[in-house]
Design a protein around this ligand. Structure first.
Ligand SMILES: Nc1nc2c(ncn2[C@@H]2O[C@H](COP(=O)(O)OP(=O)(O)OP(=O)(O)O)[C@@H](O)[C@H]2O)c(=O)[nH]1
Ligand SMILES: [Mg+2]
Ligand SMILES: [Zn+2]
Length: 350
Protein backbone atom coordinates (compact mmCIF):
# COMPACT_ATOMS: atom_id res chain seq x y z
CA UNK A 1 0.00 0.00 0.00
CA UNK A 2 1.17 3.47 -0.82
CA UNK A 3 0.87 5.50 2.34
CA UNK A 4 1.14 8.78 0.45
CA UNK A 5 -2.47 8.12 -0.53
CA UNK A 6 -3.26 8.15 3.16
CA UNK A 7 -1.49 11.46 3.72
CA UNK A 8 2.04 10.35 4.61
CA UNK A 9 4.50 13.14 3.76
CA UNK A 10 8.01 14.51 4.39
CA UNK A 11 6.95 16.28 7.53
CA UNK A 12 5.55 13.09 9.06
CA UNK A 13 8.67 11.25 7.98
CA UNK A 14 10.77 13.87 9.78
CA UNK A 15 8.66 13.39 12.92
CA UNK A 16 9.20 9.66 12.69
CA UNK A 17 12.98 10.16 12.50
CA UNK A 18 12.78 11.99 15.82
CA UNK A 19 11.26 8.96 17.53
CA UNK A 20 13.36 6.45 19.46
CA UNK A 21 11.70 3.78 17.36
CA UNK A 22 12.45 5.26 13.93
CA UNK A 23 13.65 1.96 12.50
CA UNK A 24 10.29 0.22 13.01
CA UNK A 25 7.20 0.30 10.74
CA UNK A 26 4.73 3.16 10.66
CA UNK A 27 1.11 3.39 9.68
CA UNK A 28 -2.19 5.19 10.12
CA UNK A 29 -4.88 4.03 12.51
CA UNK A 30 -7.92 3.22 10.39
CA UNK A 31 -10.29 1.74 12.98
CA UNK A 32 -10.22 1.52 16.75
CA UNK A 33 -11.91 -1.43 18.40
CA UNK A 34 -11.88 -1.55 22.17
CA UNK A 35 -8.19 -2.36 22.64
CA UNK A 36 -7.32 -3.33 19.10
CA UNK A 37 -6.14 -0.84 16.53
CA UNK A 38 -6.27 -1.47 12.80
CA UNK A 39 -3.25 0.14 11.22
CA UNK A 40 -2.76 0.70 7.49
CA UNK A 41 0.90 0.35 6.58
CA UNK A 42 3.11 -0.10 3.54
CA UNK A 43 2.87 -3.84 4.13
CA UNK A 44 -0.88 -3.97 4.42
CA UNK A 45 -3.32 -3.95 7.30
CA UNK A 46 -2.13 -4.83 10.81
CA UNK A 47 -4.14 -5.56 13.94
CA UNK A 48 -2.20 -3.90 16.73
CA UNK A 49 -2.23 -3.56 20.47
CA UNK A 50 -0.54 -0.93 22.60
CA UNK A 51 2.52 -1.55 24.72
CA UNK A 52 1.99 -1.04 28.42
CA UNK A 53 4.27 1.98 28.20
CA UNK A 54 2.00 3.63 25.67
CA UNK A 55 -0.94 3.28 28.02
CA UNK A 56 0.85 4.19 31.20
CA UNK A 57 -0.03 7.54 32.67
CA UNK A 58 -2.07 8.56 29.66
CA UNK A 59 -5.58 9.93 29.58
CA UNK A 60 -8.05 8.14 27.29
CA UNK A 61 -8.02 11.15 25.00
CA UNK A 62 -4.26 10.78 24.53
CA UNK A 63 -4.41 7.20 23.27
CA UNK A 64 -4.36 6.75 19.48
CA UNK A 65 -7.59 7.47 17.63
CA UNK A 66 -8.66 6.99 14.03
CA UNK A 67 -6.39 9.04 11.80
CA UNK A 68 -3.38 9.03 14.10
CA UNK A 69 0.05 8.04 12.78
CA UNK A 70 1.76 5.38 14.88
CA UNK A 71 4.99 3.38 14.96
CA UNK A 72 4.65 -0.33 15.53
CA UNK A 73 6.65 -3.52 15.79
CA UNK A 74 5.13 -6.18 13.51
CA UNK A 75 5.27 -9.66 15.00
CA UNK A 76 3.70 -11.58 12.17
CA UNK A 77 2.11 -10.80 8.80
CA UNK A 78 -0.95 -9.16 10.28
CA UNK A 79 -0.23 -8.39 13.90
CA UNK A 80 1.82 -5.81 15.69
CA UNK A 81 2.43 -3.76 18.80
CA UNK A 82 2.18 0.02 18.79
CA UNK A 83 5.19 1.53 20.54
CA UNK A 84 4.88 5.21 19.72
CA UNK A 85 2.55 7.79 18.26
CA UNK A 86 3.58 10.81 16.21
CA UNK A 87 2.62 14.17 17.72
CA UNK A 88 -0.98 14.97 16.96
CA UNK A 89 -2.17 17.66 14.63
CA UNK A 90 -5.61 18.93 13.72
CA UNK A 91 -7.45 16.59 16.04
CA UNK A 92 -11.17 16.86 16.51
CA UNK A 93 -12.19 16.42 20.15
CA UNK A 94 -15.48 16.57 21.93
CA UNK A 95 -16.41 16.59 25.57
CA UNK A 96 -17.35 13.13 26.73
CA UNK A 97 -21.01 12.68 27.66
CA UNK A 98 -21.70 12.89 31.34
CA UNK A 99 -18.31 14.29 32.37
CA UNK A 100 -17.19 17.77 33.27
CA UNK A 101 -13.71 17.84 31.81
CA UNK A 102 -13.03 14.61 29.96
CA UNK A 103 -12.50 14.87 26.29
CA UNK A 104 -12.63 12.27 23.59
CA UNK A 105 -10.53 12.31 20.44
CA UNK A 106 -12.74 11.69 17.42
CA UNK A 107 -10.19 11.81 14.60
CA UNK A 108 -6.72 13.12 13.99
CA UNK A 109 -4.83 14.69 11.09
CA UNK A 110 -8.11 15.98 9.75
CA UNK A 111 -8.17 18.66 7.06
CA UNK A 112 -11.88 19.10 6.65
CA UNK A 113 -14.97 18.25 8.67
CA UNK A 114 -18.37 17.75 7.10
CA UNK A 115 -20.99 18.78 9.62
CA UNK A 116 -23.91 16.70 8.38
CA UNK A 117 -27.52 17.56 9.21
CA UNK A 118 -30.59 16.23 7.50
CA UNK A 119 -33.27 18.53 6.19
CA UNK A 120 -36.01 17.31 8.49
CA UNK A 121 -36.41 17.97 12.19
CA UNK A 122 -32.69 17.28 12.65
CA UNK A 123 -31.85 20.63 11.06
CA UNK A 124 -30.68 22.91 13.85
CA UNK A 125 -28.70 26.10 13.44
CA UNK A 126 -27.52 26.17 17.05
CA UNK A 127 -26.06 22.69 16.76
CA UNK A 128 -24.31 23.65 13.53
CA UNK A 129 -22.76 26.66 15.29
CA UNK A 130 -21.51 24.42 18.06
CA UNK A 131 -19.78 22.02 15.66
CA UNK A 132 -18.39 24.90 13.65
CA UNK A 133 -16.84 26.59 16.69
CA UNK A 134 -15.14 23.41 17.87
CA UNK A 135 -13.88 22.52 14.39
CA UNK A 136 -12.48 25.97 13.60
CA UNK A 137 -10.74 26.01 16.95
CA UNK A 138 -8.74 22.94 15.88
CA UNK A 139 -7.73 24.57 12.58
CA UNK A 140 -9.87 22.18 10.62
CA UNK A 141 -11.99 23.50 7.74
CA UNK A 142 -15.71 23.04 8.40
CA UNK A 143 -18.31 22.47 5.67
CA UNK A 144 -22.02 22.35 6.43
CA UNK A 145 -23.62 19.47 4.55
CA UNK A 146 -27.40 19.67 4.53
CA UNK A 147 -28.46 16.20 3.46
CA UNK A 148 -31.80 14.70 2.42
CA UNK A 149 -32.47 17.72 0.22
CA UNK A 150 -35.00 15.49 -1.58
CA UNK A 151 -37.35 15.72 1.40
CA UNK A 152 -38.49 19.12 0.19
CA UNK A 153 -37.81 21.48 3.07
CA UNK A 154 -38.04 25.14 2.09
CA UNK A 155 -34.52 25.91 0.97
CA UNK A 156 -34.89 29.66 1.04
CA UNK A 157 -36.04 29.63 4.65
CA UNK A 158 -33.06 27.51 5.57
CA UNK A 159 -30.64 29.78 3.79
CA UNK A 160 -32.01 32.73 5.74
CA UNK A 161 -31.39 30.98 9.03
CA UNK A 162 -27.81 30.03 8.26
CA UNK A 163 -26.70 33.31 6.70
CA UNK A 164 -24.21 34.08 9.49
CA UNK A 165 -22.63 30.62 9.52
CA UNK A 166 -22.51 30.51 5.74
CA UNK A 167 -20.05 33.40 5.94
CA UNK A 168 -17.70 31.15 7.94
CA UNK A 169 -17.95 27.92 5.99
CA UNK A 170 -19.22 26.56 2.68
CA UNK A 171 -22.71 25.08 2.70
CA UNK A 172 -23.75 22.22 0.43
CA UNK A 173 -27.21 20.77 -0.09
CA UNK A 174 -27.00 17.06 -0.81
CA UNK A 175 -29.16 14.03 -1.38
CA UNK A 176 -28.09 10.48 -2.03
CA UNK A 177 -30.92 10.39 -4.56
CA UNK A 178 -29.54 13.34 -6.55
CA UNK A 179 -26.23 12.35 -8.10
CA UNK A 180 -25.40 15.91 -9.10
CA UNK A 181 -25.20 16.90 -5.43
CA UNK A 182 -22.90 13.97 -4.66
CA UNK A 183 -20.60 15.13 -7.45
CA UNK A 184 -20.51 18.58 -5.89
CA UNK A 185 -19.68 17.05 -2.55
CA UNK A 186 -16.89 15.04 -4.20
CA UNK A 187 -15.51 18.21 -5.78
CA UNK A 188 -15.27 19.83 -2.37
CA UNK A 189 -12.72 17.20 -1.32
CA UNK A 190 -9.19 17.93 -2.50
CA UNK A 191 -6.57 15.37 -3.31
CA UNK A 192 -4.69 14.13 -0.25
CA UNK A 193 -7.24 15.51 2.17
CA UNK A 194 -8.67 13.73 5.18
CA UNK A 195 -12.35 14.48 5.75
CA UNK A 196 -14.29 13.51 8.85
CA UNK A 197 -18.11 13.21 8.84
CA UNK A 198 -19.84 14.31 12.04
CA UNK A 199 -23.45 14.80 13.06
CA UNK A 200 -26.45 13.16 14.70
CA UNK A 201 -27.45 9.56 14.10
CA UNK A 202 -29.56 8.92 11.02
CA UNK A 203 -28.66 12.05 9.06
CA UNK A 204 -26.94 9.99 6.36
CA UNK A 205 -23.22 10.21 7.12
CA UNK A 206 -22.48 6.60 6.14
CA UNK A 207 -24.85 6.86 3.17
CA UNK A 208 -22.90 9.86 1.88
CA UNK A 209 -19.59 8.03 2.31
CA UNK A 210 -21.04 5.11 0.36
CA UNK A 211 -22.35 7.42 -2.35
CA UNK A 212 -18.92 9.04 -2.66
CA UNK A 213 -17.31 5.58 -2.91
CA UNK A 214 -19.97 4.52 -5.41
CA UNK A 215 -20.41 1.32 -3.44
CA UNK A 216 -21.72 0.15 -0.09
CA UNK A 217 -18.60 0.01 2.03
CA UNK A 218 -20.36 1.01 5.23
CA UNK A 219 -23.49 -0.21 6.89
CA UNK A 220 -26.43 2.20 6.78
CA UNK A 221 -29.83 1.81 8.23
CA UNK A 222 -33.47 2.52 7.53
CA UNK A 223 -34.67 4.30 10.56
CA UNK A 224 -38.25 3.34 11.02
CA UNK A 225 -40.33 6.44 10.57
CA UNK A 226 -42.58 5.57 13.48
CA UNK A 227 -39.86 5.32 16.12
CA UNK A 228 -37.43 7.71 14.49
CA UNK A 229 -34.64 8.36 16.93
CA UNK A 230 -32.44 6.28 19.15
CA UNK A 231 -30.89 3.89 16.68
CA UNK A 232 -27.24 4.15 16.01
CA UNK A 233 -26.12 2.24 12.97
CA UNK A 234 -22.42 3.04 12.86
CA UNK A 235 -20.64 2.07 16.04
CA UNK A 236 -17.06 2.93 15.26
CA UNK A 237 -14.95 5.53 13.57
CA UNK A 238 -13.82 4.11 10.32
CA UNK A 239 -11.50 5.23 7.56
CA UNK A 240 -12.19 4.76 3.86
CA UNK A 241 -9.92 5.67 0.95
CA UNK A 242 -11.58 7.15 -2.15
CA UNK A 243 -10.07 7.22 -5.63
CA UNK A 244 -6.69 6.46 -4.08
CA UNK A 245 -6.37 10.07 -3.17
CA UNK A 246 -8.45 11.17 -0.22
CA UNK A 247 -9.40 9.73 3.14
CA UNK A 248 -12.93 9.78 4.54
CA UNK A 249 -13.60 9.07 8.20
CA UNK A 250 -17.15 8.07 9.11
CA UNK A 251 -18.18 8.45 12.75
CA UNK A 252 -21.12 7.18 14.79
CA UNK A 253 -23.86 9.73 15.40
CA UNK A 254 -23.55 11.75 18.56
CA UNK A 255 -26.44 13.02 20.59
CA UNK A 256 -24.39 15.71 22.27
CA UNK A 257 -21.33 17.50 21.10
CA UNK A 258 -19.77 19.30 24.06
CA UNK A 259 -17.13 21.96 23.49
CA UNK A 260 -13.56 21.47 24.68
CA UNK A 261 -12.31 24.92 23.82
CA UNK A 262 -11.21 27.53 26.29
CA UNK A 263 -10.80 30.64 24.24
CA UNK A 264 -13.87 32.84 24.21
CA UNK A 265 -12.22 35.47 22.00
CA UNK A 266 -12.27 33.13 19.05
CA UNK A 267 -15.87 32.25 19.90
CA UNK A 268 -16.86 35.91 19.62
CA UNK A 269 -15.00 36.18 16.36
CA UNK A 270 -16.56 33.09 14.83
CA UNK A 271 -20.05 34.19 15.78
CA UNK A 272 -19.27 37.69 14.46
CA UNK A 273 -19.71 39.41 17.79
CA UNK A 274 -16.16 40.62 18.36
CA UNK A 275 -16.71 43.99 16.63
CA UNK A 276 -19.34 44.81 19.25
CA UNK A 277 -17.29 43.34 22.12
CA UNK A 278 -14.51 45.82 21.31
CA UNK A 279 -16.93 48.72 21.79
CA UNK A 280 -18.15 47.70 25.27
CA UNK A 281 -17.38 50.25 27.97
CA UNK A 282 -15.76 47.70 30.29
CA UNK A 283 -12.99 45.44 29.11
CA UNK A 284 -14.25 42.58 31.24
CA UNK A 285 -17.85 43.12 30.16
CA UNK A 286 -19.86 39.92 30.29
CA UNK A 287 -22.52 41.34 27.99
CA UNK A 288 -25.35 40.43 30.32
CA UNK A 289 -26.50 43.66 31.97
CA UNK A 290 -23.51 46.00 32.11
CA UNK A 291 -23.99 49.67 31.26
CA UNK A 292 -22.40 50.64 27.95
CA UNK A 293 -22.48 47.09 26.62
CA UNK A 294 -22.28 47.35 22.84
CA UNK A 295 -23.32 43.73 22.41
CA UNK A 296 -26.62 44.32 24.20
CA UNK A 297 -27.08 47.53 22.21
CA UNK A 298 -26.63 45.53 19.00
CA UNK A 299 -29.22 43.00 20.13
CA UNK A 300 -31.65 45.80 21.00
CA UNK A 301 -31.20 47.55 17.69
CA UNK A 302 -31.57 44.29 15.81
CA UNK A 303 -28.06 44.47 14.32
CA UNK A 304 -27.25 41.25 16.15
CA UNK A 305 -29.67 38.32 16.02
CA UNK A 306 -30.73 37.67 19.59
CA UNK A 307 -30.60 33.90 19.01
CA UNK A 308 -26.96 34.17 17.99
CA UNK A 309 -26.34 36.29 21.08
CA UNK A 310 -27.93 33.66 23.32
CA UNK A 311 -25.98 30.92 21.58
CA UNK A 312 -22.79 32.90 22.20
CA UNK A 313 -23.50 33.23 25.93
CA UNK A 314 -24.28 29.54 26.21
CA UNK A 315 -21.19 28.36 24.34
CA UNK A 316 -19.00 30.84 26.18
CA UNK A 317 -20.21 29.60 29.55
CA UNK A 318 -19.65 26.02 28.44
CA UNK A 319 -16.13 26.73 27.18
CA UNK A 320 -15.28 28.54 30.38
CA UNK A 321 -16.65 25.73 32.53
CA UNK A 322 -14.74 23.10 30.57
CA UNK A 323 -11.40 24.87 30.78
CA UNK A 324 -11.83 25.69 34.48
CA UNK A 325 -12.64 22.04 35.30
CA UNK A 326 -9.82 20.79 33.12
CA UNK A 327 -7.38 23.10 34.86
CA UNK A 328 -8.60 21.87 38.23
CA UNK A 329 -8.24 18.28 37.12
CA UNK A 330 -4.72 18.79 35.83
CA UNK A 331 -3.71 20.34 39.12
CA UNK A 332 -5.09 17.33 40.98
CA UNK A 333 -3.35 14.88 38.62
CA UNK A 334 -0.09 16.72 39.08
CA UNK A 335 -0.21 16.63 42.84
CA UNK A 336 -1.21 12.98 42.69
CA UNK A 337 1.74 11.98 40.50
CA UNK A 338 4.02 14.04 42.77
CA UNK A 339 2.72 12.01 45.68
CA UNK A 340 3.38 8.76 43.80
CA UNK A 341 6.93 9.90 43.03
CA UNK A 342 7.54 10.77 46.65
CA UNK A 343 6.24 7.43 47.86
CA UNK A 344 8.52 5.69 45.35
CA UNK A 345 11.50 7.75 46.50
CA UNK A 346 10.69 7.06 50.11
CA UNK A 347 10.50 3.32 49.38
CA UNK A 348 13.90 3.24 47.69
CA UNK A 349 15.39 5.17 50.60
CA UNK A 350 14.28 2.56 53.07
N1 LIG B 1 -34.46 10.63 1.71
C1 LIG B 1 -33.18 10.49 1.97
N2 LIG B 1 -32.76 9.53 2.82
C2 LIG B 1 -31.45 9.43 3.07
C3 LIG B 1 -30.48 10.27 2.46
N3 LIG B 1 -29.26 9.92 2.94
C4 LIG B 1 -29.46 8.91 3.78
N4 LIG B 1 -30.76 8.60 3.87
C5 LIG B 1 -31.37 7.53 4.69
O1 LIG B 1 -31.21 7.86 6.06
C6 LIG B 1 -31.08 6.67 6.83
C7 LIG B 1 -29.88 6.77 7.76
O2 LIG B 1 -28.70 6.81 7.00
P1 LIG B 1 -27.27 6.43 7.59
O3 LIG B 1 -26.30 6.70 6.48
O4 LIG B 1 -27.26 5.10 8.20
O5 LIG B 1 -27.12 7.54 8.73
P2 LIG B 1 -25.85 7.81 9.67
O6 LIG B 1 -25.73 9.30 9.78
O7 LIG B 1 -24.67 7.09 9.18
O8 LIG B 1 -26.36 7.24 11.07
P3 LIG B 1 -25.48 6.63 12.29
O9 LIG B 1 -24.52 5.66 11.72
O10 LIG B 1 -26.48 6.02 13.21
O11 LIG B 1 -24.79 7.82 12.92
C8 LIG B 1 -30.99 5.54 5.83
O12 LIG B 1 -32.24 4.93 5.74
C9 LIG B 1 -30.64 6.22 4.53
O13 LIG B 1 -31.11 5.52 3.41
C10 LIG B 1 -30.96 11.26 1.52
O14 LIG B 1 -30.20 12.04 0.94
N5 LIG B 1 -32.32 11.32 1.34
MG1 LIG C 1 -23.47 5.69 10.05
ZN1 LIG D 1 -20.61 43.94 26.61
Amino acid sequence: MNLNNYGWNDKLNQLKQESTYNTLSHGRVSIVHRTCYEVVSENGLFQCELTGNMMYGKLDSELPCTGDWVIFQPFDDHKGIIVDMLPRERTLYRKKNGTVADKQAIASYVDKAFIVQSLDDNFNVRRAERFMVQILEENIKPVLVLNKADLGLDRQKIEEQIEHIARQMPVLFTSIHQSQTILQLRESISEGETVVFVGSSGVGKSSLVNALCRKAVLLTSDISLSTGKGRHTSTRREMVLIDNSSVLIDTPGVREFGLTIGNSDSLAEILEISDYVKLCRFRDCEHINEPGCAVLEAVKSGALDCRVYESYLKLQREAWYFSASEHEKRKKNKSFSKLVDEVKKHKTNL
